[in-house]
Structure formats: C-alpha cells, structure tokens
Design a binder for this molecule. Structure first.
Ligand code: ASP
Length: 644
C-alpha cells in the first residue's frame, strides 16, 4: 500500500513561472509580486497544533521533534500504525516499554479511522525495512505522547482507494468518501487550477471578478430553469442557467472585462455527465472578436494547466461546424483518433444494391462509411448485430458491414453485390488494411453522418475493451468548433426555429442579410471548445444592437420580448460591442483528472436523479411552511418516493 506525497508536487507543478502564457502583459509590479508568490509552497501547518503533515516527513527531518494529527489508516500487530492526513502516510512505532503503557493503550485501542495526535521523534527505519514505495518510507516516528482526538465507529466502507464501493454508498457517506486519495487529489487540483485561472484573468489581464444574482427571472429559450417560490402569490424567481444577461449588462455598465466562477442551474433531468447545479468559468469582454476570446482561453488553459500533465500546445486547431459534422458526425469530435467519415457516394452511382440506389436517388442522398481498424479481427458477429439494431432502432438506417480485404464468411450477402472495381476504389478511398472492416450506410447527409459519428465512438470503445489502444490516455486534444448555424429547427416542431447557442448570439457578419431572407442558412459567431470529444466551453460574440436583438427574439424566435425589455433597453443606451465564453469547470477538471464522472470532481454532487443522498434532498415541506408561498402540493396518484 502506498500513498504518494503528491501535494507538494501538485503545488509546485501548478506554480509555474508566468512566462508560459501566450500573451503576458508584463506589469512590473505584478511580475515581482507574482513571481515570488507563485514559487512558494503553502505553509500547511501554520495556526494549528501539528508541526508537520504526515506526508511531508523525509530523512531530512531525522532527529526532529514533531507533532502530527491524522487518521489511523491501519495497525499491525500492535507494534506500529500508519497515520494518514491529506498529504500522505507515515509509520508510527507503538512504544512497547512499561513506562509508555498509556500511550500504547491509546494507539492500540483506537479503532481504524480514529483521529489521533502524536508527538515524537523522526528516526530512520532499521536497515532493510525501508519502504521505497512510500515517500516517507525511510523514516518512522518514535512516539512519546499520544492523544485520541475522536474515536471512529464501525465504518460503512473502508476508506482505502482500492476497496470498491457503490457510488450510492459513496454519496451517502460523502464526508468519508472525501477522505480517499483520489477525491483529495481531484478537489485540490481543482482548487489550484481555479486559483491559477483567477491569477491569469485578474492579475495578468485585468479582469474583474463580479458576483451576479442567483435569484433571477426566467430567460426565454435555452435550458429549463428551476423555480423558486416568492411570497407574492403566483410569482417565482428562476435560478439562472448562466449569468448570461448579467454579464452583458456589466459590459453596458463599463465593466469591460468580467469573470466569475459562477454557479449555474439547469433543471434538465438526469444525464450521466450533467449536474443540476454546476460551475462555469464565466467570461465577458468588450471590444473583442472571436480570435481575441480564443487566444484568451488558450492562454488561460495553458497557464492553469497542471504540470504533471503534458503541456497544452496552442493555438488549438479550428474546425467548422459543417466539417465536424461531415467528418466526425458530431459538433464535438474526439480528434484523438481517426476513423473519419468518408463520402463514398460516387463509388455507388451505378450500384445494384437496393438501399444504396434508393438513397442516392433522393435529393440529399449520400453513401458514407467509416473504416474500423482491425475490425475484422476484434469485432464479433454479435457486435455487428447490435450495431445494426442500434442503427435501425435509433436512426431508422441500414448499416452494411463490409470486409474489403478479407473474405470473411459472414460478409453480408448484400456486400457480394459490390463489384470488383467498386471494391478497389473503396480500398483506395478508405485506405483499408488487411484486417479492417468498413461500416457503410446511406441516407440524407446529416442523418448518415450522425449515425456513423455514434458508431465511430461505439466501435472505438469496443476495440479498446478488446485491448486495441486507439486513444492515448495522456493526450489532451483541444479543438475549436466555429461557424455554427445561428438557428436550428426546434426538436418538437421543426418548422419553428431555436437558437443553436442562445438568442443573444450575433450572426456571422457575412450572413446578416440571410436573417431577412433565409434565416436557417445564417451562420453565427458562436464557438465551442471541445476536449477529447467533450464540449468544455462555448460562447459567442453578442448582438449589441437593440433593433437586431428585438427582430431575432420577436420575429424569428417568436419569444415574448417583454421578458427581456431590461436588456433591450440597455442595448439602446450605448452598449459596447462585446462577446464572451463560459468553460464548464466540472467537465474540464473531470477530463484533466481522468475521472469517470463529473461527480468525482464535485465535493457534494447530486446523484444521477438529482438527489443529495447524504442529506436526502430534495425533501418534503409541511403544508404550513408552503402557505406563505401560496403553494399547495398535488401528488400524482402513482407517486412513489424514490431512493436516488
Ligand atoms: N452563457 C453561455 C452558456 O452558458 C456561454 C456564453 O455564451 O458565454 O452556454
């Protein structure tokens, strides 16, 4: 067992000299202040009874009298115990002589995970008993006094990281789960990254950290918001889905570089990688264009990136929305690996294969394919069956698996209609190797691409579970996706429009005329930041002209402009051109730490169903407490209290 002393490394790692920024603004005062403060390792034992942390002791401390406070990690044969704090583990020798009987009793009787304070001398371990896997493995503590600060009852699970526990149990006893090495690492790394972000934004680039209200009103369009009852009958606050309106109003107010570590709320139900409350690094600037925002974010990430990871390389590549969809079937492509979508319509212009013929005869019909490297070797027949079922169930599409170079006996009968010349042309276009497999589909461009985009990721996961390394786990592949459409057809009514980002996003300067003729075709000044196939940020240049904003809201989006009259009015009082972005902090830290879920980088997250399993939230409220809010609860007849 070993518990690396990672904390000092984390602090050192994150305390990089400021020359690594892309656009440093060298204020001489800031330079000297920051350079000296950033190289310091924090004083972890100031103001408290301990003299040192458990994890920091080394041979250099030999002979020192120390006082340590920590949790008993384990005890062996009543001769020594291992004490743990956030910084690591240290071995403590339990005294055996009569004169220290009371110390021995305290240390031997206290259950595991009890909190103790010990004082003693740092000594070397006897020759041959050093533990090279433990950062404190050369030394141990010869105890003189010990105090039991608090005993621990029988635990619902062992704290040790390698002991598996269900997530529900971890969330129920979150305060115990937080003691694990992994949670400590995640939350401390998060704090350090945020610290560096603040430093970069405020100290190096003059941003102002401003808090905006949490009790607000409904914003048209966008995500579903939580309502908070007020004492005025029938009137509600909304919890903001983001500080969007406020940050724009701050620009009108002349606070021309705003940022906030902002808590946002979206009542979007359960999704594995979402939380009803989450945190954004929210940014807005006046007099900026898209490239300005992009450079700012590249510099911000480069500056705050942990040193134990490969450095961030800037500038990040850029791809248009159309290209992302055509090549990866999604607006958030995972660019760590290939398997790109290839348009092979031309190969099949004269095909005899019915469903391909059919698709190509339609106006936007295409034939597309992806190549699964070594798919013939690693994918099984039942994998192909479930891929075909997925395509049929979710996309109403056919998928044809084709082995171009191998003669698999389960090559589909339809594939036998592929002519030799077509086979050779496909091998050339798809660059297939001996054991590769091609998945082919036909249909309307967007639909075919979306399906293949999904299958590309599914197959990558499948190959990886079978031992193929497709995605380097140490690689961070950033990508800007730009030139989004300004509007998308509404899901529930495709004849109506909704904003692809939000209704305050400015149209692409070359497409403004389209707003009045073919709004569906207008591109926007919206940009997303993608990391390893996850959207970690998004923003836009905003509309700062009240008339254009009113036209988009009222005429194109059919929204009630009265709800936004304050914003429209503000735009009329000399609003500067402005734009901004928000980074999803939870998702970013999740990816940086390689955590399986964003819940692993949030101290007290909600469960999959939006519940706090520790405190049992949300909870019911007695009717008399609802009275001041003029609210009555009517329970559905099939209402059941659910656990998670
Ligand atoms: N408020 C936007 C969001 O939460 C980000 C932005 O446009 O700045 O997605």
């Amino acid at each position: 067992m070993y518990f690396p002393s990672w904390l000092s490394q984390l602090y050192r790692g994150l305390s990089r000299p400021i020359r690594r920024t892309t656009q440093p603004i060298w204020g001489s005062l800031y330079r000297s202040l920051l350079q000296s403060s950033q190289r310091r390792i924090p004083e972890f034992s100031s103001f408290v009874v301990r003299t040192n942390t458990c994890g920091e002791l080394r041979s250099s401390h030999l002979g020192q009298e120390v006082t340590l406070c920590g949790w008993i990690q384990y005890r062996r044969q009543n001769t020594f115990l291992v004490l743990r704090d956030f910084d690591g583990l240290v071995q403590v020798i339990i005294p055996q002589d009569e004169s220290a009987a009371s110390v021995k009793k305290i240390l031997c009787d206290a259950p595991v995970e009890s909190v103790v304070q010990v004082s003693g001398t740092v000594i070397s371990r006897p020759a041959g008993q050093e533990n090279p896997k433990m950062p404190t493995g050369e030394i141990e503590i010869k105890v003189k006094t010990a105090e039991l600060l608090n005993a621990c009852k029988k635990l619902p699970f062992e704290i040790k990281d390698f002991v598996k526990k269900t997530e529900a149990l971890r969330l129920q006893y979150r305060y115990l789960d937080l003691r694990s090495f992994q949670m400590q690492y995640n939350l401390r790394l998060r704090s350090q990254m945020v610290m560096k972000m603040r430093e970069y934004l405020c100290n190096l680039h003059g941003f102002v950290d401003i808090e905006t209200p949490t009790l607000f009103k409904r914003t048209p369009g966008g995500a579903k918001e939580f309502l908070v009852p007020s004492r005025e009958p029938g009137k509600f606050y909304s919890l903001p889905q983001s500080p969007q309106q406020f940050k724009q109003l701050l620009m009108v107010g002349g606070l021309d570089r705003y940022f906030q570590v902002a808590r946002c709320y979206r009542d979007e139900g359960s999704r594995p990688d979402r939380q009803p409350e989450f945190t954004q690094i929210d940014i807005e600037m006046s007099f900026v264009d898209q490239t300005g925002i992009q450079s700012l974010i590249e510099g911000l990430l480069q500056y705050s990136w942990p040193n134990d990871k490969d450095p961030v390389v800037v500038p990040f590549p850029t791809m248009t929305f159309a290209e992302a969809l055509a090549t990866y079937g999604t607006d958030k492509p995972d660019t760590r690996f290939g398997m790109k979508i290839i348009d092979i319509s031309d190969v099949f212009r004269n095909t005899e294969i019915g469903f391909l013929q059919d698709a190509l005869s339609k106006p936007h019909g295409t034939v597309k394919a992806i190549c699964i490297p070594e798919g013939a070797k690693y994918l099984k027949r039942k994998d192909i069956e479930s891929i075909r079922k997925f395509a049929a169930d979710h996309f109403n599409q056919e998928i044809l698996p084709v082995f171009l170079n191998t003669n698999r006996n389960w090559n589909s009968p339809v594939a036998n209609f592929i002519m030799e010349s077509q086979r050779l042309e496909l091998i050339r276009l798809m660059e297939t190797q001996e054991e590769d497999m091609v998945l082919l589909t036909a249909g309307e461009h967007n639909k075919a691409c979306s399906l293949l985009g999904k299958l590309r990721l599914e197959c990558a996961d499948l190959l990886e579970t079978r031992g193929v390394v497709l995605r380097d786990p140490t690689l961070f592949s950033f990508l800007w996706v730009v030139d989004f459409p300004l509007f998308l057809p509404k899901e529930e009514n495709p004849r109506e429009l909704e904003s692809a980002h939000h209704p305050f996003t400015a149209p692409h300067p070359s497409d403004i005329h389209l707003l009045y003729t073919e709004p569906k075709k207008a591109r926007s000044q919206h940009y997303d930041l993608v990391l390893n196939g996850n959207e970690i940020g998004g923003g836009s240049i905003r509309i700062h002209n009240a008339e254009l904003q009113r036209y988009i809201l009222a005429t194109l989006l059919k929204e009630d402009v009265k709800m936004l009259s304050h914003l429209l009015q503000a735009l009329d009082y000399g609003a500067p051109p402005h734009g901004g972005i928000a980074l999803g902090l939870d998702r970013l830290i999740c990816l940086v730490t390689g955590s399986p879920s964003i819940r692993d980088v949030i101290a007290f997250p909600k469960s999959f169903r939006g519940h706090d399993l520790m405190s049992n939230t949300p909870d019911s409220v007695p009717p008399e407490e609802l009275k001041p809010y003029h609210i009555q609860v009517s329970r559905p007849t099939d209402f059941k209290v659910s656990a998670h």
